[in-house]
Design a protein around this ligand. Sequence first.
Ligand code: CUA
Length: 333
Amino acid sequence: MIVIGLLAGIVTGGVAYFIPWLPDQASTQAEEIDGVYWFVAIICAVVFSLVAGVSIYAGWKFRAPADDMDDGSPIHGHTGLEIWWTAVPTVLVVAMSVWSAVALARAETLPDDPDEYTTIEVTAAQFAWSFTYPELERTDGELVLRVNEPVELILTANDVIHAFWVPEFRMKQDAVPGIETRTVITPTKEGSYDVICTELCGPGHPVMRAGVRVLSDADYEAWVAEGEEGAGGGEGGGGEGEADGESVFAEAGCGSCHTLADAGSEAEIGPDLDSVVPGQEEQQILTSIVDPNAELSEGYQPNVMPGDYEDRLSEAELDALVAYLVEVAGARR
Ligand code: CUA
């Protein structure tokens, strides 16, 4: 039985080893998490193989002949076996929890020097993500990280529970209304990834995604500089305190669902603003923002777009946003 079990374990383990099961590892945390994953997976494969091996062997070896109507022989306990099958799982489960706790603590360790990492505030809302970079005084619908720099994410939610997950980074954390949760990521590979909401949060849950870009030092500096230019109010931007439609568009996370050439967004979750806005009255645009279910574009479902922009944005911000859309997408004035 043990030989059958071990053989099955070796075969499943060997097959598993040669298949690329997991997404790319794009953070230092990914190595910790995958270590735990494989440790647990191998234990499960071995235990499953042993149990299945014993079951199959017993079913074959002790099967009753067709004419045998007797009850099975009365067996009462086996102290030795019971000690073993209590002790072995106990050791395995304790080992799994200890390894997990150690891996999680290591994955979430930040450097002592606050200059060596960044903090980003992540806000989840039905059904969009927004990222605030306190050091840059900037909010965006996209998560932009510098390669090899640890980042502490402080998460919260405006409405219901969501969960932040970038498969290539592995770390997963709930975003819960009323409290702040945290996680740490140290991206190691430049590239584009997706934040995926992994907590069922409403009808827009499957489309609740946001872009992540991991940039080289030079590209990151360029991105920071570009943000400072925008905030400086170059083209058509208002002065201090006045709402600027382009920033409202970015900060409210509109670009994570809608395409708008002027804002450089190419998302396809909601209608393409470059094609639906032209020809609309200002009032109609405002209604579409504050009461998205009032008039749906063809082919789009109700309750996907958040319905609380009237609370989230001030009147001045809403006006600025409408004015911006009229300006860049060419609506009727
Ligand atoms: Cu947010 Cu699912």
